[in-house]
Design a protein around this ligand. Sequence first.
Ligand code: DAT
Ligand code: MG
Length: 138
Amino acid sequence: MLERTLAILKPDCVRKNLQGEVISRIQRGGFKILGMKQIRLTKEEAGAFYGVHKGRPFYEGLVEFMTSGPCVPIALEKENAVADYRTIIGATDPKDALAGTIRKLFADNKGENIVHGSDSPENGRIEVAFFFAESELV
Ligand code: DAT
Ligand code: MG
């Protein structure tokens, strides 16, 4: 199944100038980039994007972090995109991520973990649409 998934190069990735390192790994993974932009999220946008985590102890810090600087949402397409992208980024906590994954290589901790990835094909489509109009996906 051709799927869409949303990657975000988070503010720590941009601060560390790792955009190229991460994008090259995504490209080597065979993903097609349908759309990419650099933005700075507002508190409202970050809060809505992570709405599923509202009320959890890390939610406020997560919104703070995601609004702390520019980030780079990237719409990706590939067969089995959601699971394959999660394989190359690794576990949420870099301590648990496999060697060679993006989070293991570059992330400092569970909160500041370099990249976002969608967790299901349905959420992949929803999250891509959160950042991109269909006309921006080419
Ligand atoms: P993932 O980003 O791997 O899909 P998630 O959906 O469980 O992970 O959580 C979303 C983000 O929230 C995650 O990338 C970092 C942050 N987060 C999750 N659990 C956390 C925790 N226990 N402490 C700090 N930040 C956390
Ligand atoms: Mg998630």
